[in-house]
Ligand binder design. Structure first.
Ligand code: UD1
Length: 420
């Protein structure tokens, strides 16, 4: 096992390059099931989740190799139509193989993901949508068994604009017979990126970037290459790392349009920005003003930035309310931040943060990806040394976070530990 050892108090300064978006590549890798052949993806982050998806594809007979930001996939020979529990339990995005498998081969056996660290995360919308497209769905032994002779285009209204359901159903609909309309579709940049990639593969999709997707099924698709968009959550996390330490940090290879909600809340808190086409500099002097946020679907404030905002507000000079509407239980970071001395009260799905209290180093434990990022941010401003255990959660979604922060001047080391 590995842990981070962080000594707080350093102001971060300098430039950092943002990696490719985890949630974009994780949707595109399963899309390679839709057409036999060779694919090349660039700007691919070296993350545990990308390796997990690679492993899943390899087990299905698909060649997948990640080298220095380039991912080669050869889906010439698909031998298995199954996503075993072993993979899905590690990473819910494995569920993305369901739509492409049913659509191209008319059969799939995919483990149900179950709950996650911050509560239930159902997949009912994925399944209802596939049934509407004409798939027979059975649940047996914890697995979804889906079968069909041919998916037939239909109208699907999503009760919630789910990212995963939109991606899965989009990949199912591209090879269905006739027209499918997905309304109340997710418009997260990673879904837009997936839709554009499918179009490169020969899919016919109208309304990309809107919440109404119209898909005209085609008989065949072909392989394509893609440059992965920058990771907006890593970008937001690095901006907060700069601001919380009262530093001056420039993030490069990012898309400012994808994080306008975060930037505008940071401006309200008193951060200063220089924003160019693919570069953002943040400067901060003194503590931030307390600013409330409520998470929402894109382009609202992302749930994947909620825990980092809790950490940011610990530095503020007042009281703020952070309300989680997407995953009401996503507050595993709170008790760990309290171990650093944070004063936070929970009231249902709202964290009330009393900023300005001194934080001091302690041993804490990551329990999910973004919550662990909040612990790193807390450690950067805590007096003394903090040890963060279970950093495998962080490695799922942040490429070389320790190295990147160290290059900005943070005192952070990755060490082996016996502790679990
Ligand atoms: C994706 C992201 C994750 C992010 C989340 C919300 C990936 C790999 N992961 O997760 O990082 O936190 O979007 O932006 O892209 N829901 C249902 N039924 C369903 C599906 C979802 O009720 O069938 C609910 C969920 O419980 C949640 C909401 O819809 O309350 C949004 O979830 P969803 O957008 O599906 O998240 P994921 O795709 O799992």
């Amino acid at each position: 096992m590995e842990k981070f050892v962080i000594t707080g108090g350093k102001k971060l300064k300098g430039k950092v390059r943002i990696s490719g978006a985890k949630n974009a590549i994780l949707a595109m890798m399963p899309a390679t099931i839709l057409a036999s052949g060779v694919y090349r993806f660039q700007n691919v982050p070296n993350l545990r989740d990308v390796w997990t998806m690679s492993r899943l594809l390899i087990d299905m007979g698909i060649y997948s190799e990640l080298n220095d930001g380039e991912l080669f996939v050869n889906s010439h020979e698909i031998k298995s139509f199954e996503a075993p529990y072993e993979h899905v339990k590690k990473m819910r995005a494995s569920f993305y193989v369901l739509g492409p498998l049913v659509s191209r081969f008319g059969k799939a056996k995919v483990s149900l993901p179950g709950g996650c660290a911050w509560g239930p995360r159902p997949v009912d919308l994925h399944l209802k949508g596939l049934e509407k497209l004409g798939a027979d769905i059975d649940i047996e032994g914890g697995y979804v068994i889906a079968k069909t002779n041919k998916l037939i285009g239909t109208r699907i209204h999503l009760d919630i604009p789910s990212v995963g359901a939109t991606g899965n159903l989009l990949m199912a609909a591209v090879l269905a017979k006739g027209t499918t309309v997905i309304s109340n579709a997710a418009i997260e940049p990673e879904i837009t990126a997936l839709a554009k990639f499918l179009v490169k593969m020969g899919a016919r999709i109208d309304g990309i970037g809107t919440n109404m997707l119209e898909i005209e099924g085609v008989d065949d698709l072909h392989p394509a290459n893609e440059l992965i968009i920058p990771d907006r959550i890593e970008a937001g996390t690095m901006l907060i790392a700069g601001a919380i330490t009262e530093g001056n940090v420039t993030i490069e290879n990012c898309n400012p349009y994808h994080i306008t909600a975060v930037i505008s809340k940071m401006e309200e808190a008193g951060c200063e920005f220089d924003i160019c086409e693919n570069k953002i500099t943040v400067r901060m002097e003194g503590p931030p003003k307390p600013v409330d946020i409520t998470t929402a679907v894109y382009p609202g404030f992302p749930t994947d930035m909620q825990s980092q905002w809790v950490a940011f507000m610990l530095k503020s000079n007042g009281v703020s309310k952070i309300t989680e509407t997407i995953y009401p239980d996503r507050f595993k970071h709170v008790p760990e931040l309290q171990r650093l001395g944070a004063q936070i009260e929970m009231s249902e799905n709202t964290a009330i943060v009393y900023g300005g209290k001194k934080l001091s180093g302690a041993t804490v434990m990551g329990s999910d990806l973004r919550g662990s990022a909040a612990l790193v941010l807390g450690a950067l401003i805590a007096e003394g040394t903090t040890e963060i255990l279970r950093i495998y959660h962080l490695d799922r979604g942040y490429e070389s976070l320790d190295k990147k922060l160290r290059e900005l001047g943070a005192e952070i080391w990755r060490e082996q530990t016996e502790e679990y």
